[in-house]
Design a protein around this ligand. Structure first.
Ligand code: COA
Length: 329
């Protein structure tokens, strides 16, 4: 391969200490552990409960650990991209807040809002900066504090989401391992099925929007479910085909952790054997932009240099897509 690839040279994750189990939820809404496990695969989620803490504080922990793990000084970082739909504030961006908290002083930063596909969009964007030669070391974060936008009286959403995420370091690579291809799609008409109604310019915050509970995730679960399966399957097929690969050539499928049944449907439709499919949804729920870096961090010890990995995601927007990479260490 002649092209210089951009590699992931390290990964680290962070989830807050607080845990919300299905049994805890049984006491809050009309639900039960058996329903949640059989419909979603989720057993617990981590929730950030410390007063005054926000998404950037979780990101700070993930990035500090990443710098230590990769023996990188904060001053070496040129760019930080943070994928999140739960920024600390509407502005400024969480990426710059996080740089300030970590002590990354030579970088610029910005956020990407693409819901559950955010980490993949950010990963590919970050890789382009390295590929162009303009930036040497780029940190990409995928992280969300979903508990800040979830209505804990709505049993159809509060059982699904959790807080947490992770970060990766991107660098140029002399060896032929790294990010090989990405295929992304979007469909803005999907916004009616999954969104947060109030607080933006379309419906600014008012006494009425608060009274009407409009500052929480609104989701039509069944519709999202179907679109998630077809979106991930279709983009995986395109990436495999245009790289002349079959699923036998892939060592790991890393799907966005939205729902165990979505993951099983995607893997089943593509004939991926169970042992190649990365699953940790039982421990974290859906952390939106956080699920993919959480998967990479949890399974890092099982990846071998040269392993071919497919990452796939679907989320609000609608946004979706698939990235193919080879593990570089
Ligand atoms: N506990 C018990 N019952 C519940 C429940 C809960 N937490 N949530 C919903 N129900 C009930 C519904 O009220 C409904 O009852 P009814 O038949 O009396 O009307 C019944 O269970 C079936 O609800 P339905 O919405 O059809 O369930 P589902 O099988 O589609 O599962 C989701 C619901 C949300 C788990 C599922 O649709 C899903 O995961 N969708 C994708 C969500 C997602 O991934 N979003 C992230 C973006 S990628």
């Amino acid at each position: 391969m002649s092209r210089n690839l951009v590699k992931i040279s390290g990964v680290n994750s962070y989830v807050p200490k607080g845990i919300l189990t299905n049994h805890d939820l049984e006491k809050m809404v009309d639900t039960n552990d058996e329903w949640i496990v059989s419909r979603t695969g989720i057993k617990q989620r981590h929730i950030l409960k410390e007063e005054g803490k926000a998404t950037s504080d979780m990101a700070t922990e993930a990035v500090k650990g990443l710098l230590t793990k990769t023996n990188t000084s904060p001053d070496e970082i040129d760019l930080v991209i943070c994928a999140t739909i739960t920024p600390d504030m509407k502005f400024p961006d969480t990426a710059n807040t996080l740089c300030d908290k970590v002590g990354i002083n030579n970088a610029f930063g910005f956020d990407i809002n693409a819901a559950c596909s955010g980490f993949l969009y950010a990963l590919t964007t970050g890789a382009k900066f390295v590929e162009s030669g303009s930036h040497k070391k780029v940190i990409v974060v995928g992280i969300d504090m979903m508990s800040s936008i979830i209505d804990y009286t709505d049993r159809t959403t509060c059982i699904i989401f959790g807080d947490g995420g992770g970060a990766v370091l991107l660098e140029a690579n002399d060896e032929p391992y790294g990010i090989l291809d990405s295929y992304f799609k979007g469909d803005g008409s999907g916004r009616k099925h999954l969104h947060l109604k109030a607080g933006g310019s379309a419906m600014p915050t008012s006494e009425q929007t608060v009274k009407d509970n409009l500052h929480y995730v609104y989701q039509e679960g069944k519709h999202v479910f179907k679109r998630a399966v077809s979106g991930m399957v279709d983009t995986i097929k395109v990436v495999l085909e245009r790289n002349n690969l079959s699923n036998d050539d892939i060592d790991w499928l890393v799907p966005h952790q939205a729902n165990m049944r979505i993951i099983n449907s995607v893997a089943g439709m593509l004939d991926f054997p169970e042992e190649k499919v990365i699953i940790n949804i039982q421990n974290y729920g859906n952390t939106t932009a956080g699920t993919l870096p959480l998967c990479l961090a949890d399974f890092e010890h099982q990846f071998k240099k040269g392993d071919k990995i497919l990452l796939t995601a679907f989320g609000g927007g609608f946004t979706w897509g698939t990235t193919l990479l080879t593990w570089a260490y």
